[in-house]
Design a protein. Structure first.
Length: 57
């Protein structure tokens, strides 16, 4: 699966936390020591202007 495919999907879908949970719930194993982390951090990278689809945030 390419980055472009994922990017197009995320841009075209209205994903709510509930929808994401429905999709991933069956893939997770129950463990009291586990956690699920979503990180939407945008880091400034020196060569980001050379990366396709990167835009100023």
């Amino acid at each position: 699966m390419s980055h472009d495919t994922i990017n197009r999907y995320l841009n075209s879908e209205n994903l709510t936390p509930e929808l994401i949970w429905e999709k991933v719930r069956s893939e997770l194993q129950d463990n009291p020591n586990a956690c699920l982390v979503f990180d939407d951090t945008v880091l400034d990278k020196r060569f980001s202007s050379k990366i396709e689809l990167v835009r100023r945030q």
